[in-house]
Design a protein around this ligand. Structure first.
Ligand SMILES: Cc1ncc(COP(=O)(O)O)c(C=O)c1O
Length: 363
């Protein structure tokens, strides 16, 4: 049996005991009426947590990257134009997938640690007629929370679709799919939802569904083709598509239950308060944040490493002596930045004080 560790990295976060307990329920068939009811419950709870009426809302049976791929491979066809905003690792991944779809990618880039300026999107939209504009709401690689409302207006003015990566923001900070006019969104189960990794909640607007229905070519991925998988998630007669990960679905249902019991507003506030507590503690120790206050993610704190601190040594000691995981910097930030996640169950005073005491002992 693995020893329990405090997961304060970029994800996964620790799951609530009742989520782990839900996973250990006996298996049932994936077309059993009882399981279809669980899927219906999950869909309803995802609509509530995404704050959407979208009919096509479900959980892809694979991690967040598969949700990303589901959005892009279904909406893009060879020859389409796609504006992809890049301000960290995950924007780059979206651009790579869109290119693999045969789309012409127009990149809008901001330095890592900064948000995309709506004016950059405005300029890009003057030189192309994109089918979609894709952007990351919470860039886990840099700790930036990207404002979306102005960009959404620009995208819809030119009749394009807005695709949003909400892997890290979902259930941790304000995200309203219908109010913000998001046409396709994907997330992950392992971050602020505090369920095990392996499922990707997604949702598509009626406009996005129209685009899907008007496709001229087959979706290049069989597994992620929404015209096939949606027959399993909705409709009077459910058709076998793949064998759903039953135990993970039990866990997702319980995790969503906990979110709705707590209430979205209270949950977002809890994430913010945990971030503020960590900020005070870290600043007292002399650490500085990478991202300016206005664009800081509460659930992913990117902090600069002061000269003289050995990145690997401190993280090793945290893990081996204190059973605490934090995240290293990615790409150009390797060795220069730590990424401290306060996601879901871990966005509470106790994990913050445990980490601060351990850091004080080590440094
Ligand atoms: C912003 C963002 N997008 C996409 C992903 C990919 O998700 P997964 O690792 O679950 O495939 C991650 C994972 O950390 C992420 O943080």
């Amino acid at each position: 049996m693995n020893q329990e560790k405090l997961l304060l990295g970029p994800g996964p976060s620790n799951a609530h005991p009742s989520v782990l307990q839900a996973m250990s329920q006996p298996l049932i068939g994936h077309l059993d009426e009882d399981f279809l009811q669980i899927m219906a419950d999950i869909k309803r709870m995802l609509q509530a947590t995404f704050q959407t009426q979208n009919e096509l809302t479900f959980a892809v049976s694979a991690p967040g990257s598969a949700g990303m791929e589901t959005c892009l491979v279904n909406l893009l066809e060879p020859g389409d134009e796609a504006v992809i905003c890049i301000h960290g690792v995950f924007g780059n991944r979206m651009a790579d997938i869109a290119e693999r779809c045969g789309a012409k990618v127009i990149k809008v880039e901001a330095p890592w640690g900064e948000a995309i300026d709506p004016d950059q999107v405005r300029e890009a939209l003057k030189i192309c007629r994109p089918k979609l504009v894709a952007i990351v709401h919470a860039e886990t690689s840099t700790g930036v929370l990207q404002p979306l409302t102005e960009i959404s207006e620009l995208v819809h003015e030119v009749d394009s679709l807005l695709v949003v990566d909400a892997v890290t923001s979902f259930c941790g900070t304000y995200l309203n799919i219908d109010e913000w006019g998001i046409d396709a969104v994907y997330s992950g189960s392992q971050k602020c939802l505090s369920a095990p990794p392996g499922l990707s909640p997604v949702s598509f607007s009626a406009r996005a569904v129209e685009v899907l229905n008007a496709r001229k070519t087959k979706v290049q991925s069989w597994f992620l083709d929404l015209s096939l998988v949606s027959n399993y998630w909705q409709g009077a007669k459910r058709a076998y598509h793949h064998t759903a990960p039953i135990s993970s679905m039990y866990a997702l249902k319980e995790a969503l239950n906990l979110v709705l019991q707590e209430g979205l507003k209270a949950r977002f506030e809890r994430h913010l308060q945990a971030h503020k507590l960590l900020k005070v503690g870290l600043e007292d120790m002399g650490f500085e944040f990478l991202v300016s206050e206005e664009y800081r993610l509460p659930m992913l704190n990117a902090i600069k490493l002061p000269v003289g601190i050995d990145d690997q040594l401190v993280r090793d000691k945290l893990l081996k002596n204190h059973q605490i995981e934090i995240g290293a910097g990615l790409g150009g930030f390797a060795g220069k930045v730590w990424r401290i996640g306060l996601m879901g169950e871990n966005a509470r005073p106790k994990p913050v004080s445990t980490l601060l005491s351990a850091l004080k002992e080590i440094i």
